[in-house]
Write a new protein. Sequence first.
Lengths: 113, 112
Amino acid sequence: KQEVTQIPAALSVPEGENLVLNCSFTDSAIYNLQWFRQDPGKGLTSLLLIQSSQREQTSGRLNASLDKSSGRSTLYIAASQPGDSATYLCAVASGGGADGLTFGKGTHLIIQP
Amino acid sequence: SQTIHQWPATLVQPVGSPLSLECTVEGTSNPNLYWYRQAAGRGLQLLFYSVGIGQISSEVPQNLSASRPQDRQFILSSKKLLLSDSGFYLCAWSPGVIWGYTFGSGTRLTVV
């Protein structure tokens, strides 16, 4: 059974810093890995999708890497802003294609102005 | 473009009352549809998924059921709500596993 772990559970940093969020998964037989952002009381917004054959994806100030063999992914946020404050969730698609995603519990990020 | 709609946004229901949450997807056909629940401190749990009309798979035994009466409509139901059914319910869709998943805005259910 796939298990996804995110470290740290919470992070508070001053504005402008570069930061890294970590995600690990136990079964390397994945189709892809997806990073989401969740604001309080809201749904999930997809940030980046990395296929199993890819090493990284970039969108603006966000860069996500994937090392499938070691079961790890990182989300790098450059020049953090207060608007980046949210919970970041990592999810992997593995097993049967229609089985949905396995999620980590998220990293609660606070960017201090 | 594809959009996903989920309603209501919030719901307060007494114990023992019925439940019906609706999710619809626009701009695509034959999507895979999913219902997730997010309970405080417990992360997101897959409840049901569907790959076609009338085809429902349940991931966990519980007080809830799901139906897919139309290609782009997914309904989460309960005949009698329990306090433990409280949580944040999210609908999602995917055209196929390699294309990733898109989530709705969620329904906050409080059972009192």
